[in-house]
Design a protein around this ligand. Structure first.
Ligand SMILES: CC(C)(COP(=O)(O)OP(=O)(O)OC[C@H]1O[C@@H](n2cnc3c(N)ncnc32)[C@H](O)[C@@H]1OP(=O)(O)O)[C@@H](O)C(=O)NCCC(=O)NCCS
Length: 224
């Protein structure tokens, strides 16, 4: 393994190993091996693009988050319930040059399979030509892995990836107002609140919550 002054390194199988904070110097981002650190612990992670074979495991994660974090926008969409459609969605994500479906794998578990998936992050460019300079982000971390820097590692690596795409000017996301963990994470990465959509979410118990819309400028240029 070789290590540069910046703390970045590549292992012999071509996997990027090292600090996500310094990965900005590298054009190639994934797969990346890194150690995440949070208030509740650390994890050895492999961050890589989701593959079609991950569909079943990813679906379990999405279902789990929907159940344990009911006051988020996470829902089990119909294409996630239908495995074939979910596989097709993953295959599509692999074809999108300005999009990414990223998984965080706990490298210490299921080593022969390349680790267990404990987080996912989707980054999708706008669907119309005039919206394609923005990438829309959404992420989830398995409940047993939260507070260990996994969400931050995925976000930081994704922002490195996004900044390596010349056509992307903004990262955008939206968040249920009461989701303090997510808001703190986005604030700490430099996202700014663009506005609030009052009563945007209506939950199953009849209560409503505002939607907080946030963005981060990825590069200079343009006139916005
Ligand atoms: C939000 C979420 C992705 C954060 O992921 P995570 O891996 O637990 O977060 P990290 O350990 O990387 O922490 C990153 C930062 O988030 C904030 N944060 C995380 N957990 C927090 C908590 N319980 N309370 C307050 N802030 C918290 C902190 O600012 C933290 O930085 P710090 O460690 O320097 O204090 C995760 O809690 C999750 O998946 N929640 C359910 C789904 C969801 O809400 N998705 C986001 C939808 S907008």
């Amino acid at each position: 393994m070789s290590r540069s002054l910046f703390g970045d390194a590549w292992n012999t199988r071509g996997v990027h190993v090292g600090s996500t904070r310094h990965a900005a110097t590298l054009a190639r981002v994934f797969p990346m091996r890194t150690t995440s650190r949070g208030r509740l612990g650390t994890r050895e992670l492999v961050l890589r693009r989701a593959e079609v074979r991950d569909a079943r495991e990813l679906r379990e994660l999405v279902v789990q988050v929907t159940l344990d974090a009911p006051r988020t926008q996470a829902i089990v969409a119909s294409e996630v319930r239908d495995l074939a459609r979910y596989e097709a969605r993953i295959a599509e994500s692999l074809q999108e040059p300005d999009g990414l479906l990223l998984v965080a794998c706990d490298a210490a578990r299921d080593r022969d399979r390349g680790g267990t998936i404990i987080g996912e992050l989707s980054a999708k460019p706008g669907s119309r030509v005039r919206l394609r300079h923005s990438v829309h982000l959404g992420l989830s971390v398995a409940s047993e892995a939260r507070g260990q820097g996994v969400g931050r590692a995925m976000m930081e690596a994704t922002l490195v990836w996004a900044r390596s795409k010349p056509s992307l000017m903004f990262a955008r996301l939206a968040c249920v107002a009461s989701n303090v963990a997510a808001r703190n994470l986005y604030d700490s990465l430099g996202f700014k609140v663009d506005g609030v959509q009052p009563g945007y979410f209506l939950f199953e118990d009849g209560t409503m919550e505002d939607d907080v819309v946030m963005s981060l400028r990825l590069r200079e240029g343009g006139s916005a």
